[in-house]
Design a protein around this ligand. Structure first.
Ligand code: GDP
Length: 180
């Protein structure tokens, strides 16, 4: 029923240093603290959205160093996640390629599934316009081609963009569940 608590397992993936932890902490605390340890953690966070209690389980993953398989996602991660946030930095071209590979990998893994897994692609560090290496158009096209949501945000500058990312993903997860 509508009063039931909803759980959503959300996995953040992307190259090192793109702001995955900044995004997670911004969502959890509304704050930006600047430096984040390189810890891999799962956080739980409950919120009331449209009168419903939503429990977000957020897995802030570490991208494996010297990764031999581009766009690596473990089986465990694929099984666990209800939805994916794929983060790159708009100033880091290589991180955009990682997201491109992650999209492919996730789409392949769920090939047999009726509906594509809910994915939102995020170009972070929008405040660093002078160092931009990936255009907004490129990001948007990648997301469009793979049926993903897309946002350019700055986790450093604002909370609202981060909130929009999580809400958009939640909406995609709800739709995917409704169709099951
Ligand atoms: P992760 O390795 O992907 O988890 O990245 P972190 O969250 O640790 O962030 C890496 C670095 O980028 C840190 O120094 C952050 O302060 C910085 N950072 C994160 N988000 C932003 C942003 O939106 N703008 C700017 N200018 N710096 C950011």
């Amino acid at each position: 029923g509508s009063q039931q608590k909803v759980e959503a397992n959300i996995l953040l993936l992307g190259a090192e240093n793109v702001g995955k932890s900044a995004l997670t902490v911004r969502f959890l605390t509304r704050r930006f603290i600047g430096e984040y340890g390189d810890m891999e953690s799962v956080y739980s966070h409950s919120d009331r959205i449209d009168g419903r209690e939503i429990c977000f389980n957020i897995w802030d993953s570490l991208y494996p160093q010297n990764c031999a398989t581009p766009g690596y996602v473990s089986e465990e991660q694929l099984q666990w996640a209800d939805g994916f946030i794929l983060v790159y930095s708009i100033c880091d071209r290589a991180s955009f390629q990682v997201v491109r590979q992650l999209v492919q990998r996730i789409r392949q893994a769920r090939k047999g599934a009726e509906r594509a897994a809910p994915v939102v692609v995020v170009g972070n560090k929008r405040d660093l316009q002078h160092r931009r290496a990936v255009s907004g158009e490129e990001g948007r096209l990648l997301a469009l081609a793979a049926d993903c949501g897309f946002f350019e945000i700055s986790a450093a500058e604002a909370y609202h963009g981060v909130l929009a990312v999580f809400h958009a993903l939640l909406e995609l997860i709800r739709r995917a569940r409704a169709l099951k």
